[in-house]
Write a protein that binds this ligand. Sequence first.
Ligand SMILES: Nc1ncnc2c1ncn2[C@@H]1O[C@H](COP(=O)(O)OP(=O)(O)OP(=O)(O)O)[C@@H](O)[C@H]1O
Length: 571
Amino acid sequence: MELDQGLLESLPLGQRHRLVWRMRCDQIQAYYDREHALQKQYGHQPAGTSKPQGHHKKMVHFPLASVIQDAIVRHDNKEVLRLLKEGVDINTPISSGGSLLHLCARHDNVFAAEVLIDHGINVNLQDDDLWTAFHIACACDHPDIVLLLLLVGINVQLQDVNRNFPLDYTIEGTETSYILRKHLEENGVDIGSLHNMKNQMPSTMLSDVRQMISSGESVNLRNTSGITLLHMACASGYKEVVSLLLEGGADPCLTENNYWTPLHLAAKYGQTCIVNQLLKYKANPTVLNCNQDKPSVVIELQCSTFDGRTPLSVPISKWDSLLEKVHMFSNAAGALTHQPPQDSHLDGAYSSGLGKLEQVKLMPPAPSDDLASLSELTDRSLLYEMQKRFGNDQIYTYIGHILLLINPNKDLPIYSHLVSQLYLSSSGRLCSSLPPHIFSSAERAYHMMLQERRPQCFIISGESGSGKSEACKHILKHLSVRSCPKGFALEPRMKHVSRTHSWVNTFALEKSRVICTPPRHQNFNIFYLMAEGLSAEEKSSLCLNNILAHRYTHKQCLKTPHPALPQAGQT
Ligand SMILES: Nc1ncnc2c1ncn2[C@@H]1O[C@H](COP(=O)(O)OP(=O)(O)OP(=O)(O)O)[C@@H](O)[C@H]1O
């Protein structure tokens, strides 16, 4: 998989990590395939490599601690169980300083969370930003994890680095918020008293600083990390303490050991009033921290909105991850103006239109992406999952290698050139970091064609109006991108694709369908659309004054009106 560097850089950090991770997997796979082919060809180790004695296969070994993290993210719960049996340490820390439970909360892996809790994982462990797994489950709105953690007695009153309680991260009106508020109510926790608790720390610090100043102590003392009281008060948003320190002679330009000034920290944690206070006291806005960022750059990051709301103070380390949860990537547009525009018609796929922004909104991967992996497989559970997914615009779902589509009957921003590029893969295997998509099936067919060296066929089934023709278009659209991933020089190939497209249409518009409609199915959409849309004169000129009275259109006794024509049954 190749991605344009500009495009890559324009994506949020989390998304970037995933893509880079995927590219790395592809590289490893390509390396493995090459080795395999060489071995097959020569029947021995490739030239220049000597086989270590006693070893038959070259294997790349990853630490089990990393493998279990990967298994949790992929919801590969069998693998989680196997690794735990092999003795993986459940207290393995993850990169944020959190635990495997934090990872489960982030990726909504309830099963793994339950298993880890059974194995005795510390449910109240706080990561580098003092977030518990419960903070994460609340911020990501994962009600099942929230419920599980409440049942095992999580401490709901732990505050993170910004003194926020998990409740502060829930969105009012969501199931998570309801569950947590109900729990607090049933346990006699007054939400007002939680807010009072939030204010306790600044008042304690305020009185300590007052005492220091009155006893003549320096307010510029640093700890071993070079952090001053002003750094702490700025990061925490203690406005009154910051004022007192500045009035008491605190130096706003002192840097801690990583060259962060109090101004950087105020910016990082979104403390806008404190930024103003510091600037009045001549804080230097041009100092670079260890990441070579000025405070203004840090504040730009902070000023973006999270899920359309003005954010609470969310540590930057959580920021990308949360943003990613909401939109896998949304503002990639800046770097994408050189890409062909999104369109729903094949014929326009290589029209110019440069400068048009690509709007993309893919849902993050979820456990229900593959119904075959659900623990309970009944009609009821399947329909429930499908309905839930449809409500979230997750119109595609896998059942193993079969792709299910529910026609959304509205345009979704999931078919752009960029999305097609994301689904390009060097192996054709389903990518666990991307949600189910028709592009993924197209990609798989392409690779099967290469592997098996024979034509592949898609069986697209569904009743009239269910979206078969659209699905064909999307498949061809992806194959056209596949033919030239960079999005130019498409024209000659598109001619070929268009020819194929007409063939597909010929097949899909098989004439026998007009007279042999399967029982309880309706005829072609177009008849019903004509019935609704043609003027009286047009109908009369076509001798179709009452289209629905014709045998081909009226013989089906359907209980539900045709989706393309809500009133069809009554006409
Ligand atoms: N993936 C989709 N996204 C948005 N709208 C869709 C999608 N698929 C189908 N539709 C909508 O549903 C309408 C009917 O879809 P389509 O023509 O593909 O159905 P069909 O199964 O081929 O029907 P028929 O068998 O009658 O030809 C389309 O015109 C489009 O408006």
